[in-house]
Ligand binder design. Structure first.
Ligand SMILES: *Cc1c(COP(=O)(O)O)cnc(C)c1O
Length: 431
């Protein structure tokens, strides 16, 4: 029997969407239209009408080895026939063990223990809880966290508290954990930062410092220099403040090295990972830590353990996807194309950086960003105008304010990247 409200099969997916779905980070009244994507392959998305778009941001930096990558699909398909899901408390399985062994080989060498969860926010949430409980367990009362201005660490409460981009946090600010902010280091401010930090640390109440190493993604791919960050980390270590590198965005090759922390001498106590971890196939988060951190939880007292756990922790399919992704990351093919992309970005930058409408540009690894230098009165709905221009031209880029950035899959071809560059160039003519 057909109800009056039954969807009409001939109606477009994007229309049927409007009835029941509530999308993330969306004001539905001003932005009612969602584009229905029917399939994806390599660096290309196909919408329900068959129109193609080059995925210039690898679907939020997840699908770095290309959509529906055959190696990933094969490994996950095999795993699916073997073991789908099992409780990870009191049980273990081969995909998790193999993944831990593979990750330990490429992580900064001080990382020893791996704690799985479901997404980037839970990865940072767990990093924060590890830092707070570390001091609790070792008998020190430390209840303040440090974070960078304009940092972004996710949308759950702890993660939101340490995030400095406060535009969307208004309704929740009264409920936040205790956080103090420091500016990102520059050559000009680093001496001041270190002096103030030294004074602040005298109080011995700072538990941890969470930071996006070298690139602040949500702050529009802002890049800071390794040397200043290194000095901050070294000072914090002297005062036994646990350092938490949020590499949810920067992890797995995007900065030209396996991890952004590989560019910095002082290694973090805790690292948070997600996004490209499973190559975009299924969600998973990971928080890694040093032996020193782990030891503070290892005890005859049950309550000293980390009593945090998600139902799908270390899901075997997610582990299989992540293991296949780590294998791909280490191939010559992927490493060579990372070098190629860096080279193409440099050539594009040389061409575009003196354009009258381009302000500053920056690049680290395969991440490239440019800020538009245009008059404020034209700023209005600039972001939407740029987005429409890109999509009309078959390129999926998601400008942030007046920043246009590229973070394409590692497997993108030169022709596809060329198309992204040309579309950015033509966008400069319409703003
Ligand atoms: C995306 C992101 C997060 C949050 O990850 P989700 O999976 O969206 O919860 C946290 N930190 C950084 C640096 C991110 O880029």
């Amino acid at each position: 029997m057909k109800r009056l409200t039954d969807p009409v099969a001939s109606e477009k997916i994007s229309e049927r969407d409007k009835k029941h779905l509530w999308h993330p980070l969306t004001q539905h009244k001003t932005h009612p239209e969602m584009l229905a994507i029917a399939k994806a392959k390599g660096a290309v998305l196909f919408d329900e009408d068959g129109k193609e778009y080059i995925d210039g941001i690898a679907s939020w930096y997840t699908c770095m080895y290309g959509h529906c990558n055959p190696h990933i699909l094969k490994k996950v398909g095999e795993q699916m026939q073997q073991l789908d899901q099992v409780v990870f408390s009191g049980f273990t399985h081969e995909p998790a063990v193999k993944l831990s062994e593979a990750l330990i080989k490429i992580l900064p060498e001080n990382q020893q223990k791996l704690f799985f969860s479901d997404n980037g926010s839970t990865a940072t949430e767990i990093g924060i809880k590890m830092a707070l409980q570390y001091h609790f367990n070792t008998g020190e009362k430390r209840n303040v966290l440090l974070a960078f201005e304009e940092g972004f660490h996710g949308d759950t409460f702890g993660a939101m508290s340490v995030s400095g981009l406060s535009v969307y946090n208004g309704p929740f600010e009264d409920f936040f954990i205790s956080v103090e902010r420091i500016p990102v280091p520059t050559e000009e401010n680093i001496v001041d930062i270190l002096t103030q930090l030294k004074n602040r640390l005298e109080q011995n109440d700072v538990a941890g410092f969470i930071y996006e190493p070298l690139v602040q993604g949500a702050a529009a791919m802002k890049v800071h220099e390794a040397n200043g960050l290194d000095q901050i980390l070294a000072l914090l270590k002297e005062h036994n403040v646990l350092t938490i590198a949020d590499e949810v965005m920067t992890g797995f090759g995007k900065t030209g090295k396996y991890f952004a922390s590989d560019h910095i001498t002082t290694k973090p106590d805790i690292i948070c990972l997600s996004k490209a971890l499973t190559a975009g196939l299924v969600p998973m988060g990971l928080t890694t830590c040093t032996e020193k951190v782990y030891k503070a939880f290892y005890s005859d007292e049950i309550a000293k353990g980390l009593f945090h756990g998600h139902t799908y922790t270390a899901n075997p399919l997610a582990c299989a996807a992540a293991l296949a992704a780590v294998e791909l990351l280490q191939t010559k093919e992927i490493q060579d194309n990372i070098q190629n992309i860096m080279q193409w970005h440099q050539e594009f930058d040389a061409k575009i950086k003196d354009h009258p409408k381009v302000g500053t540009t920056r690049q680290l690894g395969v991440i490239y960003a440019l800020d538009l230098d245009i008059q404020m009165e034209r700023y209005g709905n600039l972001r939407d105008k740029l987005f429409k221009h890109f999509m009309d031209n078959g390129v999926f880029l998601r400008p942030l304010g007046n920043t246009i950035y590229i973070l394409a899959p590692f497997i993108i071809s030169k022709e596809q990247m060329e198309k992204i560059y040309l579309t950015i160039q033509s966008a400069l003519e319409i703003v």
